[in-house]
Design a protein around this ligand. Structure first.
Ligand code: CP
Length: 307
């Protein structure tokens, strides 16, 4: 595999290989000497056309732990503001002898477009409402660490499914690993064709929590909504917000997850997000090892080394 554009294109075996490699890197980065020379002489450009905290820092740390040379590009203070196109921007960066590109963009399909026009490895760090493959890999890796192999496990994804690239990538990854998936949210925040994805659908957050072993809770993506938002954040919080009291009322202890950033008091209360059941910071920790695994495996098929 030359690029990581989405989970849709991966096989279950690809995902298991990433997990196995990530487990090894997780051991490495918990040692006093965290660096390995695996990507020495490889140069990676992190190209972000959208805001990010976790993904950008996590990729940069993963690259540095692998001894790669790293350059960071943010569109907000670049010549994109003077009208330079995506392709011109990337071709200029590549002419400085860059081997791999990690890209976040607001347009669905932007990394797929690039992959048809440039020779470097591309990793999709989130393309609009489409996919966020490394988030789904770190989410499923973290679930597996907590509850064991995911085959037959029940995972609820709760929140703004319509605008969430995390939801779609998680659905693909979970199904490839044999888990059962339920999506839950208000009807206005569910895609029209959701049933075609082979998931259970619920409009009732209490039903979803009672059903699942793991709840992955998503924020409302106000920045992607064209029309006046419905329901309002207050209404959403009232009908779908998850708090510790709701978790305690279940006759089991479910695992609580969130990809971040959290809007505390909207989709999840602080007492639930910071509870013992929450593995939110473990997800962030695992992100570095999972991204190391992805970069390491892709580097094995560097375009210049391919037949
Ligand atoms: N989970 C996630 O993608 O977070 P950032 O937007 O901060 O990268």
């Amino acid at each position: 595999v030359k690029h990581l554009l989405g989970i849709k294109e991966l096989t279950p075996e690809d995902i298991q290989l990433i997990f196995k490699t990530a487990e090894q890197f997780k051991e490495v980065i918990n040692r006093p000497i965290k660096k390995v020379p695996s990507l020495r002489d490889i140069t990676i450009a992190n190209i972000f056309f959208e805001n990010s905290t976790r993904t950008r820092l996590s990729f940069e740390l993963a690259e540095k732990r692998l001894s790669a040379d790293v350059v960071n590009f943010s569109s907000s203070n670049s010549s994109v503001k003077k009208g330079e196109t995506l392709l011109d921007t990337v071709n200029n960066i590549l002419s400085m002898k860059v081997d791999m590109v990690v890209m976040r963009h607001s347009s669905p399909g932007a990394p797929h477009f690039l992959s048809r026009h440039i020779d470097a490895n591309i990793v999709n760090a989130g393309d609009g409402t489409h996919e966020h493959p490394t988030q789904a890999l770190l989410d499923t890796f973290s679930m597996r660490e907590k509850v064991g192999e995911l085959k037959g496990k029940k995972i609820a994804i709760i929140g703004d499914i319509l605008h969430s690239r995390v939801a779609l990538s998680n659905i693909y990854a979970l199904q490839k690993l044999g888990a059962e998936v339920m999506v839950c949210g208000p009807k206005t925040l569910l895609p029209k064709h959701i049933h075609e994805l082979g998931v259970h659908v619920s409009l009732d957050v209490k039903e979803a929590l009672a059903w699942c072993d793991v709840a992955n809770i998503l924020r409302i993506q106000l920045e992607r909504q064209q029309l006046k938002y419905f329901p309002s954040l207050r209404e959403y919080s009232l009908y779908y917000g998850i708090d510790k009291k709701m978790l305690d009322s279940l006759n089991k202890e479910i695992v609580v997850m969130h990809p971040g950033p959290i809007n505390r008091g909207v989709e999840i209360s602080s007492d639930a997000a910071d509870s013992k059941q929450s593995i939110i910071l473990n997800q962030v920790e695992n992100g570095v090892a999972v991204r190391m695994a992805v970069l390491y495996l892709l580097a094995q098929s560097k375009p210049s080394q391919k037949a």
